[in-house]
Design a protein around this ligand. Structure first.
Ligand code: F6P
Length: 467
């Protein structure tokens, strides 16, 4: 509950995605988290419709679903290319995930990014009331709060970064690093996924001489004092657990189970993104079959990689790599009656995935870098107490901070990931149960309602609406 009067919640994210159908698998943690949070309180969800149009001034479309009002705008083809395909996904995304080698810096993209943030602010402005709590999400919208302030918006505005905030040495490669951090300091509240991200942010302010951390979650920068804290995002654990035993999940898992003919299932589910470590994971599976020949014919690895950001060249390249690696593994190890790997380049509903998770012995969540990774939490929530699977989790996922019952791995260490898989495949039932109970308690305790409540409460308490 909010501490004072209950304000209306206005959520803004680049993409507005009611979770349904096959888009669910590509939606990512942000959409899952926002929808779960908004369903609890009701409110507005504002953002890009996912469509392109060439209208001179975009017209907001308003629709209602349950207690949520969706307000969306289209983007022009130019904005789609330079703001979304360019600055957001070829500059900030790779940079914040420590992929300087894949980061491109283009002044025009940056200008377009600022313009789209201004446009978002102008389009949202008429819908806002002074006592609203406005909660902006993710790297696409860093400067939007500053734009809202320029327009004279007085309500409290918070920002949550779903992806990592990188270390200073990496972040300062961005030619506009100081402008973006200055924009971040226009918020009343800044939220990060982990203590590591928050530490990196503090470190940047200090090392660049722009500000410093105070006590009690406050920072002082650019002459302003604001709150900056960690708020690790969670899932609706009970809801996902229920999904895993729903009719749709059971049907899907029975079908998959029949096709396995008693073999153990190893599963990986991600957007097809170079941050997810999919090629490395496939190579680790190859090492498992190489180093532990007894596992040949005993396991099946299902890797589900839903297509994502297909207009961005680096994603196309990754697709080629993953296809080549999968083909090589099947070429090397297949028998006439056993195919070691099934690679599916498509999305599935969350219910179907929940059923697959519950059936599997190992869940591989091995990103090279990830803000949180909610698939890890969903994998845990989907398991049964009688026969739970083992979560093999990258130390570079934010989720690793919380999930100490997982088998934690370095995803770059291919042999070690293969060993971790073998460890999971041979782990006795009582150890699996013991680890899973600890994991499930963590996932339940730090669920999405906990995340939403903590953030909204901190936002409601951070300063006053401005007069
Ligand atoms: O979770 C990170 C994120 O970039 C979200 O902001 C986004 O909604 C999701 O991944 C899916 O990416 P996209 O909107 O580019 O398809």
């Amino acid at each position: 509950m909010l501490s004072r009067t209950v304000s209306r919640l206005v959520v803004v994210s680049n993409r507005v995605t009611p979770i349904s159908g096959s888009r669910a698998a590509t939606a990512g943690g942000l959409a899952v988290g926002i929808l779960a949070a908004l369903r609890e309180t009701g409110g507005i969800w504002f953002g890009w419709s996912g469509e392109q149009s060439e209208a001179a001034a975009p017209r907001a479309k308003v629709s209602r679903g349950g207690n949520i009002t969706y307000i969306t705008i289209d983007l022009s083809a130019r904005a789609f290319e330079s703001y979304y395909g360019g600055f957001a996904n070829r500059t900030l995304w790779p940079l914040f995930h420590y992929r300087l080698d894949l980061s491109s810096f283009d002044r025009e993209w940056y200008v377009s990014y600022r313009q789209v943030n201004q446009l978002f602010a102008e389009q949202l402005y008429p819908y806002l009331r002074d006592d609203d709590l406005v909660w902006l999400h993710d790297y696409h919208l860093i400067p939007m709060g500053e734009e809202l302030r320029r327009l004279g918006v007085k309500c409290r505005i918070g920002f949550f970064l779903h992806i990592p905030f990188p270390s200073t040495e990496v972040y300062v490669a961005l030619p506009w690093h100081d402008q973006l951090v200055q924009a971040m300091c226009a918020y009343d509240l800044l939220g990060f996924q982990t203590s590591n991200d928050l530490r990196n942010f503090h470190d940047y302010l200090y090392r660049e001489g722009l500000g410093y951390a105070l006590a009690d979650g406050l920072i002082h920068a650019f002459g302003i004092t604001l709150r900056a804290q960690e708020f690790p995002i969670g899932i609706d654990a009970d809801d996902f657990a229920a999904m895993a035993t729903s009719a749709e999940a059971v049907r899907a898992s029975q079908r998959l189970s029949r096709s396995l003919i008693g073999r153990r299932l190893i599963i990986g589910v991600d957007r097809l993104d170079y941050t997810k470590g999919i090629t490395e994971r496939l190579r680790a599976y190859e090492a498992l079959l190489q180093n532990y020949p007894r596992q040949r014919g005993q396991v099946t690895f299902v890797q589900i990689s839903a297509p994502s950001r297909e207009d961005v060249p680096e994603y196309l390249e990754l697709r080629g790599q993953v296809e080549a690696t999968s083909g090589r593994i099947n070429g090397l190890f297949s028998e006439f009656d056993w195919t070691p790997l099934r690679y599916l380049n498509r999305g599935f509903t969350r219910r179907t995935l929940a059923g697959f998770f519950r059936l599997s012995r190992i869940g591989l969540v091995t990103p090279l870098r990830d803000g949180m990774n909610l698939v890890a939490k969903e994998y845990v929530a989907a398991q049964s107490d009688e026969d739970p699977g083992v979560l093999v989790l990258s130390r570079f996922a934010g989720a690793a901070d919380d999930l100490d019952g997982a088998v934690i791995v370095n995803p770059y260490d291919i042999e070690a990931v293969a060993e971790a898989m073998h460890f999971g495949l041979t782990m006795p039932l009582d150890e699996r149960q013991d680890r899973w109970r600890r994991l499930f308690a963590q996932v339940q305790q730090h669920d999405v309602a906990h995340w939403r409540r903590n953030f909204v409460k901190a936002l409601a308490e951070s300063g006053q609406p401005r007069s």
